[in-house]
Design a protein around this ligand. Sequence first.
Ligand code: NDP
Length: 398
Amino acid sequence: KKGILIIGAGGVSRVATVKCAMNIDTFEKITLASRTKSKCDEIAKYIKENQGVEIDTASVDADDIPQLVELIKKVNPKLVLNVALPYQDLTIMDACTQCGVDYVDTANYEHPDEAKFEYKEQWARDGQFKEAGIKALLGSGFDPGVTGVFCAYAQQNLFDEIHFIDIMDCNAGDHGYPFATNFNPEINLREVSANGRYWENGEWIETKPLEIRVDHDYPEVGVKASYLLYHEELESLAKNIKGLKRIRFFMTFGDSYIQHMNCLQNVGMLGIEPVEHQGMKIIPIEFLKTLLPDPASLGPRTVGLTNIGCIIEGIKDGVKKKVYIYNICDHQECYKETGAQAVSYTTGVPAMIGSKMFYKGLWNGTGVFNIEEFDATPFMEELMTQGLPWKIIELPVE
Ligand code: NDP
């Protein structure tokens, strides 16, 4: 077995594939496969021109396990990186266990018809992965992904006990459109228009969509309205960070985004059930996706910074302590380096790093793992040199 097989050819894949090409001494050989092969060829051409690295491309329908198995057997990689959509997680995981190949993804499985995401079905494959003697890394993007690594680093190096975690995700980038989503519109709008949820004292507390708002001062960015959302890493971190009392997730949204989203929601454009239209069945949110700008096209026109990080509070040597660990990314710098904007960049870089941890044997084991279950230090070191440097500041404890 040799090389990495990357599945999916959208914004995140572009960054992950470019970054793998920059680390070709680790990955040895790269194959990029997706439903639409021309998108793979376009990325391959970009990489040939900019990094001088040749990669192979292929077409595959990742909803179809036999097709995936055939491709994996033909390519014979050491590892499969899934950067298609969350709908394909289970089929790709099952193909990996059939072929005995390690698996990495960036988002947890979502049922196409249920708008519900949780780790249950991926965790349930732990036995299958152990039996096959292979490993899966779930959620190696930024959030989930780097946020879990930040928490693991704090648990392993900065605290004796962690009590409170707030994950703060700020995108202060401006693309100049009245309304557009930074990644797949279906996934993005389903996440934001759902009820909020956070975990406190062993229980999940549900809120109405965007019910809880805080105005948070993001280092190097400034004060931004931030809304409590449910986010998938809360499920695994609540389980894996021992002694935790509360964990929440906040994301920034501008007023224009929220106005548009509320309006679309009110007229039914975010619906996921088919509706009858002039004798045809259409799914409103899929039609909306056709109308909205392709997230990949936002790269050249987005300016500004992102700041994503974790505020972590707990005890060290018997004394209360609070730290803020965060990364700042500049949309235009990301575009210059990879041809994609910062939301794809901040996901694609950690997807490559997680793959590197497995590929080089820095993270070992058999079964299905979340990112915070491993030693955070080698991942944190890679972040510093691969384009996502982080900072830690101490905050006063109230
Ligand atoms: P895009 O929509 O830009 O790209 C998705 C790609 O997957 C497309 O190339 C698409 O092909 C391909 N694809 C879809 N269905 C199939 C299929 N059945 N078989 C083969 N290929 C398929 O998405 P993004 O790049 O923005 O996102 C990729 C992943 O990253 C998603 O899972 C998303 O949830 C996750 N993500 C994670 C974040 C994190 O921080 N953890 C943040 C942002 C995203 P085609 O073009 O033919 O439709």
